[in-house]
Design a protein around this ligand. Structure first.
Ligand SMILES: Nc1ncnc2c1ncn2[C@@H]1O[C@H](COP(=O)(O)OP(=O)(O)OP(=O)(O)O)[C@@H](O)[C@H]1O
Ligand SMILES: [Mg+2]
Length: 282
């Protein structure tokens, strides 16, 4: 089960996020990015964050730690923004927290080099969970202490919005030509060989167990939360065989222009630590 903490102070909203996540402090003295049950995107976004985030971590990808976060909307009393006030009011009780990575910066394909092996593992994982939200327009990856971290899996597993489509979607190709890591020559064959054997029913069952019952309750077509968990396990498991063959990458494209300011891309070496060693620094 995920650790549970209680929010003690609402610090500030993260305006970049469409769902208006907020930076929040908690009673364990940690600082978290809080994703709210009352956000317009609904609780399925949070279910996707947990299943995909926990699965990615178990596959060796970097994802900030996730926690269950209790919220008493009273902590937002002095928050001047009405939109934030309403979001907090609508989100009393259990929400999702993600460890805040202080000083991290958004991934920029021109400023940060990714190996084809790492790019392959991330693209393969995104194909597994049908993540449509890691394009170069919105990479949803952070660079922190020289490493790449994955965030924002809320738009994954689109088939959970219509369970009857889940079985058919297992066979569908995953178009990764727009993926933020497509320009790095992702080696999805090597990723498939390394990761596919790890995605077992046992692992998926453990990951699905981290979703709170109350976010799985009253799902149309299901009697119990356990049934819904089993549906996630079955749907993800059925996607594994032949996954690498269903990933389409398109022709290798030039890296899109950087959005980062010049002072950042010209003077700061943001390549992974490993790429910087052996005199490759300057
Ligand atoms: N763990 C974290 N540590 C530091 N910054 C973070 C973290 N999580 C998110 N952020 C920042 O907050 C922004 C919004 O977060 P996120 O993408 O998860 O929200 P969202 O509402 O799902 O966004 P979207 O508009 O992409 O759907 C990120 O782009 C990033 O800048
Ligand atoms: Mg995002």
């Amino acid at each position: 089960m995920l650790t549970e903490v209680t929010a003690t102070r609402y610090v500030t909203p993260l305006r970049e996020g469409g769902s208006l996540p907020g930076i929040v402090e908690a009673d364990d003295l940690g600082t978290y990015v809080m994703k709210f049950t009352g956000a317009g995107q609904g609780r399925k976004t949070l279910v996707a964050e947990i299943i995909c985030g926990q699965l990615a971590r178990r596959l060796g990808l970097r994802v900030p730690d996730l926690v269950r976060m209790q919220l008493d909307p009273v902590i937002g009393r002095s928050e001047p923004d009405q939109e934030v006030q309403e979001l907090l009011k609508a989100s009393g009780g259990l929400n999702l927290g993600m460890d805040f990575l202080p000083g991290s910066i958004g991934f920029d394909p021109l400023a940060y080099e990714v190996t084809s092996a790492e790019a392959g593992r991330i693209v393969w994982f995104d194909a597994l969970v049908n993540n449509v939200d890691r394009s170069w327009r919105n990479p949803n990856m952070l660079v922190w202490h020289g490493d790449l971290w994955l965030i924002d899996h809320g738009a994954s597993m689109i088939w959970h919005h219509n369970w009857r489509s889940a079985a058919a979607s297992a066979e569908k190709p995953y178009d990764a030509s727009d993926h933020a890591l497509a320009p790095f020559g992702p080696d999805v064959t090597a990723a498939d060989a390394a990761l596919a054997p790890l995605v077992t029913e046992e692992l998926l069952t453990e990951v699905a167990a981290d979703v709170p019952d109350e976010w799985l309750a009253d799902e149309p077509g299901f009697e119990t939360a356990e049934e819904v968990r089993a549906a996630y396990v079955g749907a993800l498991l059925s996607r594994v065989p032949g996954l690498a063959d269903r990933i389409t990458l398109g022709p290798r494209t030039e890296r899109p222009a950087s959005n980062a300011p010049g002072w950042l891309t010209e003077h700061v070496d943001l390549r992974p630590r490993t790429a910087r060693t052996g005199g490759a620094g300057a």
